[in-house]
Write a protein that binds this ligand. Sequence first.
Ligand code: SAH
Ligand code: SF4
Ligand code: F3S
Length: 464
Amino acid sequence: MTQIEITPEMTDVQSTGKQVYVETYGCQMNLADTEIVLSVLNKEGFASTDQIEGADLVLLNTCSIRDNAEQRIHHRLANIAHHKKKNPELVVGLLGCMAERMRKDLLTDDSIVDIVVGPDQYRVLPELVSEARHGEKGLAVKLSRVETYDDITPMRTEGISAWISVMRGCDKFCTYCVVPFTRGRERSRSLRSIVDEVKYLSDHGFREVTLLGQNVNSYLWEGKDFADLLSAAAAVDPLIRIRYTTSHPQDMSDKLIETMAEWPNICNYIHLPVQSGSNRVLELMNRTYTVDHYMERIEKIRELIPDVALSTDIIAGFPTETEEDHQGTLEVMSRVRYDGAYMFKYSPRERTKAWAMGDDVPDEVKTRRLQEIIELQNSISAEKNQSHLGKTFEVLVEGPSKRDPLEWKGRTGENHVVIFPRSDVDPGEYINVKVDRATSATLIGTEVDEGGRRKVIPLDTLAI
Ligand code: SAH
Ligand code: SF4
Ligand code: F3S
């Protein structure tokens, strides 16, 4: 899953004077969870603020996926300690995967953390916050086997894109991965509640919905699988783009690929993490597929969805990884030619099976292998982007680009970012853009075929 930067949530809500400031780390599941947390706290009168100064409650929604993700939180806590010194009433809470992994170790006497709440316990947050205000430190991290937050409407930031968690947890137990320990067993939300939420988002001006799960292919609700869910979501509104993440290569079924090919508003983009290009390493990772199986799935996808864009996750330096294994990874990358990749150095995590395998690839070797992987991917991405010159894409307009307010930004269904000169379009509208130039990360173009615009209701006429 995509790794994200710190994003203080900014939502205007009814306030009774108390303010909560949240920073979210990790994957999109955490971003979606933060919206649940804000909804739970809003009912108790907390308004969300993007300023840590003046907040009554500071929450860090944390990630444990690699050691550096946790180190970042420790540094951040050291920094927040200054705020707490100035305002001893300030309640500091740790949420998310690190909260679940470390539990009471985070609540030592000298720690500034007052409450620790794992991903499936957010309903008890108000209670713990209230106790913390009376000086009692609190821990609520016992994993619930059933929590899906099905009945909680997330407190979303205004915009055109929204996430919906369709399932929680993971049963795959890849040997390097902490997620099954931090997020517990797989469980799916009801199909009806998800479709209702897509409908609600469509009615409120959203134009893009990403269905989230650590392994969405395992979605199952009363006999309906993930492909059924995708069709049901796509049928709600042809102007809503449907995306999803993440798929496991072993479970990428023909039915799912056919469903994607069938619905024009299901985006032609698949994130299909390969992790390694060596069968020996894949087996040690418990990924349960071979390189041949993976390549066969890629071929099937390209046969049914010729314009598909593909991205992946890769780990460099898994225990015992040899130079030959590493070459296998580079080879798979060259064969698939991904549009993008998230690339990581292996980081040993306690309690996982790979922890016991040691961490025998020296750091400088990991770094060098990762560098080779990154360089190869950058050159493939640049070549692929050049191959889009002269093509016309339907772009969903997002708004002004960060760098230059005279330029606007949007995204193709294949998830390419496209920059184009500002025109009289509104965010949420679909326009056609012909690509004139490309960098390794961005396509730059101009709008063509004015008559082909797909108009939608301007967002500002809709109350969210
Ligand atoms: N459920 C998703 C992703 C989960 S975490 C999936 O299966 O694809 C996102 C990515 O982090 C993983 O795909 C993997 O590439 C990487 N990752 C997970 N654990 C890691 C570890 N211990 N060290 C390095 N990278 C890791
Ligand atoms: Fe982790 Fe594997 Fe589950 Fe992904 S599928 S969350 S990598 S255990
Ligand atoms: Fe996501 Fe990090 Fe947890 S990647 S599931 S927040 S360990």
